[in-house]
Design a protein around this ligand. Structure first.
Ligand code: HEC
Length: 311
């Protein structure tokens, strides 16, 4: 008995190793044809099909044989002038055995001596099929206990859930990594009043409470400078403003936003800040820093026209 216990334990331990290996490997169905265990699974499936076929053929053969034997016995009984009583099939025998019910003719033997207004009671025992189910459930409980709570060979619901979440997170991570990343090179940034970018930039400005230090209209307050005039503490122009927002001026209380937001968000909000130029909000903070004049680019093709480009 002790030996058997250890054999079963060993079996579960191997199962455990298997399950661990399987969870570390990527799932079979993700890419069945390149899975290392494909030959093994195919072999198991093949053997399974063969077993089913053998069972099916055996059933057909046995039935035919029984039919033939029945016919021979019937002929023999007729030849001997006896009445032919067909033998019980295995199924009939099995149901009789499983039910083991007392025939009505013998009920007298198991009658209890109760009698309530003509209602009597029989001392029927539990049908064997019921008892067997009970025994099987006891055995199953032991197997279940050892597998789930003793050897931890199989995952409990919580663990199953956690495994699935971990797998989904890993899949999400892989997907995100496979997506091309937008490369934002500040040295090539050129300002344009792109409505979509300005909208997003405004959202970033609002979301990060830039207004708490620069006022919602960018006019500046006791903490942050005016962002709507042409005077800049750290230099004007989109590229410089982008860098200021990205790196911040931490010692003066301007956070380094490049650490907290994506380069795309920094670009968008820098565009938005540039769009505030010349909006002249009421009660704006007095200008600080130096006047920034955008580079003036002369269009060579038409010398009569001069175009200012915010750079
Ligand atoms: C906690 C307050 C605070 C917040 C929030 C803040 N800033 Fe600032 N910001 C400052 C201060 C203070 C300065 C001036 C630093 C200095 O004196 O050198 C500044 C400077 C700037 C400058 C440079 C101005 C110049 O004259 O060169 C820009 C551009 C700017 N902030 C944009 C932003 C944006 C965009 C946000 C939101 C993403 C933001 N700031 C959020 C405090 C803040």
């Amino acid at each position: 008995m002790k030996k058997l216990f250890f054999i079963v334990l060993g079996l579960f331990a191997t199962l455990n190793g298997w399950a661990e290996g399987a969870t570390k490997e990527k799932s079979f169905w993700a890419d069945p044809f390149n899975h290392p265990l494909l030959p093994f699974y195919s072999l198991v499936a093949f053997i399974f099909v063969i077993i089913i076929l053998v069972i099916a053929i055996s059933i057909v053969l046995i039935r035919t044989m029984n039919l033939l034997i029945g016919q021979i016995e019937k002929q023999r009984a007729e030849a001997m002038g006896q009445a032919y009583v067909p033998a019980l099939s295995w199924w009939d025998k099995l149901t009789q055995k499983l039910n083991a019910s007392v025939p009505v003719s013998q009920e007298k033997d198991i009658e209890l001596d109760h009698n309530y207004d003509g209602i009597k009671e029989l001392d029927n025992h539990l049908p064997p099929w019921w008892k067997w189910l009970f025994y099987i459930s006891i055995v199953w409980a032991v197997v279940y206990f050892v597998a789930y709570h003793f050897s931890y060979s199989l995952p409990l619901s919580k663990e199953e859930y956690e495994n699935e979440v971990a797998q989904a997170t890993a899949a999400q991570q892989r997907f995100l990594e496979s997506q091309p990343k937008a490369v934002i090179d500040e040295s090539t940034l050129v300002y344009s009043p792109d409505v979509a970018i300005l909208e997003k930039g405004k959202a970033v400005f609002t979301r990060n409470n830039c207004g708490s230090c620069h006022r919602n209209d960018g006019g500046g307050n006791a903490i942050g400078p005016n962002l709507t005039d042409e005077y800049w503490l750290h230099g004007g122009g989109l590229k410089t403003v982008f860098t200021t927002i990205k790196n911040g001026v931490v010692e003066k209380g301007m956070p380094a936003w490049g650490k907290a937001m994506s380069p795309g968000d920094v670009r968008d909000v820098a565009f938005f800040v540039m769009s505030l130029q010349g909006t002249k909000p009421a009660n704006a903070k007095a200008s600080q820093g130096e006047l920034y004049e955008p580079e003036v680019k002369t269009e060579k093709t038409d010398s009569t026209k001069t175009q200012a480009v915010l750079k």
